[in-house]
Design a binder for this molecule. Structure first.
Ligand code: PMP
Length: 370
């Protein structure tokens, strides 16, 4: 049998594993930070209508620049983040993973490096590797916050070409204070200057606001967003960024022609028409997230403060203890996530019923341990 390493794959891919959150068929799936609510029926109807229209033109390539969609995304950002952006500030791709890939293809690549403050979203490092960009694992404090001085020092020492800041951070849930983002941007400019990517995939769930307004006067800042979480449309694959128009022009040097299908553009436009309903689910999820935090805390678990639609909880002391706990929770029909952060697991906020099932499982396990 031929294995990957028998093929002449690039050296940096040898012995590596692909992204692989388990997709298991269990009653309660709270492991990939999806929105648990299916799209409302009127929106499903609207998608069908828009896609039917798009289907009539599928003999033609889609709008290569996705102008209508980017205009609507700009309108959404302007309204919710209270900072005016226009179509020329916004770029869209197939999930924010593709946005990140395009950014690394443009600003990273062979001979260049990117830094992220770990534990954080593992795909930043994996996409870096896939684009031939060197990866630097930057420091994070024991309480999972970013210590501004230590992080700025890491930027000064390593002189990376791209700096990732994830706020709220995945898997810890913590939001990054404005002053830290500004300080790290300044450190990155002093070093090279380099691009700073603020990954706001979960920002709609935050207690605080988007830092979109930091784009003012910061041409090397990129804010990346997604419709996978707050819009409940992980299956759609639609991510986007807001930045200086020059950044939008630059990523077009690497994007594949017609990368965003007409069906994707039509579906995303339909979803954006229903923004208010979808943000109503976000409010419900925030409430449930806070309940999960509170109840875990009351049971005696340690919980990291969360501004996202998931909660990091622990602590499970000892080698392999977190994974053993993950398995015990799974044995009770609830799939959570072991991100490999020693001592901690992550659970996505689901429907009240799903959260009840999760909380019942961990309550039982806590009692068994006592
Ligand atoms: N950024 C962060 C921090 C994430 O957690 C995720 C999804 N897990 C993404 C980006 C990518 O999301 P998508 O490609 O679905 O937009």
């Amino acid at each position: 049998m031929t294995r990957i390493d028998d093929l002449p794959v690039r050296d940096e891919l040898r012995g590596k594993s692909p992204y692989g959150a388990p997709q298991l068929d269990v009653p309660v799936r709270l492991n990939t930070n999806e929105n648990p609510y299916p799209l409302p029926e009127p929106l499903v109807e609207r998608i069908a209508e828009r896609v039917r229209e798009a289907a009539r033109n599928l003999n033609r390539y889609p709008d290569r620049d996705a102008v209508e969609l980017r205009t609507e995304l700009a309108r959404y950002l302007t309204r919710t983040a209270k900072y005016p952006v226009a179509v020329e500030n916004v770029w869209a791709a197939n999930g924010s993973n593709e946005v990140i890939q395009q950014l690394l293809q443009t600003f990273g690549g062979p001979g260049r490096t990117a830094i992220g403050f770990e534990p954080s979203y593992s795909m930043h490092g994996l996409i870096a590797r896939g684009t031939g960009t060197g990866w630097i694992s930057g420091p994070r404090s024991a309480d999972f916050t970013i210590d501004t001085e230590t992080a700025a020092k890491a930027i000064a020492e390593n002189q990376p070409d791209v700096v990732f800041i994830t706020s709220p951070n995945n898997p810890t849930g913590t939001a990054v204070p404005t002053e830290t983002v500004i300080a790290l941007y300044d450190a990155a400019q002093a070093a090279k200057p380099s691009m700073v990517v603020l990954d706001e995939a979960y920002i709609e769930f935050s207690h605080g606001d988007s830092l979109l307004s930091l784009l003012e006067g910061r041409p090397h800042l990129v804010v990346s967003r997604t419709m996978s979480k707050a819009f409940g449309a992980a299956g759609l694959r639609l991510g986007y960024l807001a930045a200086d128009p020059a950044v939008v022009d630059a990523v077009q040097l690497v994007r594949l022609p017609y990368h965003l299908s007409a069906v994707t553009q039509a579906t995303a436009l339909a979803a954006l028409e229903h923004t208010d309903t979808l943000l109503g689910y976000v409010a419900q999820l925030k409430h449930e997230r806070d309940r999960v935090v509170r109840e875990l805390w009351e049971m005696g678990y340690e919980v990291t403060a969360s501004d996202a639609n998931f909660v990091q909880f622990g602590r499970f002391e000892g080698e392999g203890a977190a994974h053993a706990m993950w398995q015990r929770i799974l044995d009770r029909g609830v799939l959570v996530r072991d991100n490999g952060v020693p001592g901690w697991l992550r659970v996505t906020a689901g429907t009240p019923e799903e959260n009840d099932a999760f909380l019942a499982a961990v309550r039982e396990l806590k009692k068994e341990q006592e």
